[in-house]
Design a protein around this ligand. Structure first.
Ligand code: UDP
Length: 464
């Protein structure tokens, strides 16, 4: 009889939602696991498969049902998620079967918490499922309370007081929990993350003990997440993964050389780096106000304005500021944040950007737009003390005077030095967490050890 192949190492497959802010942390987690002797594969949509290239990580296509355009082809978020569930279930199953009789049968699917159906697929095939949350522990705690019924919607009182969390004002929470009807599909998706979480074999959060240990502990019963972050390339933290200088995934082409050359001509800490991430679409009015703030200052700036957003810039802006400013359609954000010429990070407070700012010790000007960004902004300013948050006017717009005031406050104001000190403190704690024996490192080691035990129990040969 032909002998079944034997394996020596566990094989995990990470399955991110196909957005930049989801691929980055899951891919980085895969790299961390691979560095600890696990075979790691990323399963991503056919549309994004060509945008991912990371040493040591296998890239496998699955289908969301929109193979030629991804999300933009879908009618809306709801239709997209339904299609992803239907087609993803089928193609993820096929992927699991593809590896079944090879040297690397799949041991565990680490799925984006947006895809609870992936746990069912994993269990149908008798393999493990680990849910990976890409929001902060605090935001996960809020949604966990809503799911448990310990926080009723709509949240209509201020401040919101939840055990283990600082009091939260109306502007500190995702808008759709005050007005659930405003984004029903998105709210449903946020809550669905918890729908079968009690059946998950592992739960992971992209944060770290020193940063949000208390917040995570406060909901540990419903959200038993191990904090394994920040999932920032190793070069910027512990340096233990050789050559790991970037995420290895880019849905747009980064203008790295152009940025580096331009930054090299600027004095230390003189540049404001401005980015609103991969998804936010500022209103024309908000774009204008920010542009006017920069026009009326003498600050150097590097602003990422995606091509689809560029028409919102005031006509005279580019000419009027070209001696001080560089506008690019996309950059390598980590390289920019790590550049000594950068003095502050004007951010929409997406969780990856927030973690990157903290990990690289760059103080921030927070201009959150929606969802979890509101909560992240509160922590940046009030809890971690690494930035200031711009106040909106009665129409929800950050006016140019306010933006300029906050920029100056962070770059050179009275509290600037204290913010820089705090930023350095969090940077060092982030490095410590992922470094050898750090809090996140221990959680990753524990996961790897568990995977090896499970393989051994299944009768598959494992290295020690
Ligand atoms: N990013 C980048 N280049 C840019 C802007 C953003 O590489 O010009 C990356 C950034 O480093 C981060 C991700 O895109 O890892 C954005 O994720 P985040 O959670 O901050 O925001 P989202 O795009 O999900 O709103």
């Amino acid at each position: 009889m032909e002998e079944m192949p034997t394996t020596t190492i566990p094989h995990i497959v990470v399955l991110p939602y196909p957005g930049q802010g989801h691929i980055n942390p899951l891919l980085q987690f895969a790299k961390r696991l691979a560095s600890k002797g696990v075979k790691a594969t990323i399963a991503t949509t056919r549309y994004t498969v060509g945008s991912i290239q990371a040493a040591g990580i296998t890239v496998e296509p699955i289908s969301d049902g929109y193979d030629h355009g991804g999300f933009t082809q879908a009618q809306n978020e709801d239709a997209y998620l339904k299609s992803f569930k239907h087609n993803g279930t089928k193609t993820l199953s096929q992927l699991i079967k593809k590896y079944r009789n090879t040297s690397f049968p799949i041991t565990c699917i680490v799925y984006d918490s947006f895809f609870p159906w992936a746990l069912d697929v994993a269990h149908q095939h008798a393999i493990l499922g680990a849910s990976f949350f890409t929001n902060s522990a605090t935001v996960c705690a809020i949604f966990s309370h809503i799911h448990d019924g310990t926080l009723a919607l709509p949240v209509d009182f201020e401040p919101l007081v939840l055990p283990g969390l600082p009091p939260l004002k109306g502007c500190d929470v995702p808008g759709f929990i005050k007005a659930p009807e405003s984004y029903p599909a998105y709210l449903a998706m946020k809550l669905s993350q918890f729908s079968n979480l009690d059946e998950a074999d592992f739960v992971f959060g992209n944060s770290f003990q020193e940063l949000e240990g208390e917040e995570a502990k406060s909901v540990a019963k419903s959200w038993p997440a191990k904090l394994i972050g920040p999932t920032v390339p190793s070069y910027y933290l512990d340096g233990r993964i050789e050559g790991d200088k970037g995420y290895g995934a880019s849905l747009w082409k980064p203008l790295s050389d152009h940025c580096a050359k331009w930054l090299a001509t600027k004095p230390p800490k003189s540049v404001a780096y401005i980015s609103f991430g991969s998804m936010v679409k500022l209103t024309s009015k908000q774009t204008e106000e920010l542009a006017f703030a920069l026009m009326h200052s003498d600050i150097h700036f590097l602003w990422v304005v995606r091509d689809t957003e560029r028409h919102k810039l005031p006509t005279q802006f580019v000419d009027a500021t070209q001696h001080r400013g560089l506008i690019v359609s996309w950059c390598n954000q980590l390289e920019v944040l790590a550049n000594g010429a950068v003095g502050c990070f004007v951010t929409h407070c997406g969780w990856n950007s927030t973690l990157e700012g903290l990990s690289l010790g760059v103080p921030m000007v927070a201009i959150p737009q929606w969802s979890d960004q509101m909560t992240d902004a509160k922590f940046i300013e009030e809890v971690w003390g690494v930035g200031v948050r711009c106040r909106e006017d009665e129409f929800g717009v950050v006016r140019s005077e306010e933006a300029l005031f906050c920029l100056r406050e962070v770059m050179e104001g009275e509290k600037s030095e204290a913010m820089r000190r705090n930023a350095r403190k969090w940077r060092d704690l982030a490095r410590g967490a992922v470094g050898e024996g750090g809090s996140s490192d221990e959680c990753v080691d524990e996961f790897v050890a568990n995977l090896k035990i499970v393989k051994a129990q299944k009768g598959e040969r494992c290295v020690a």
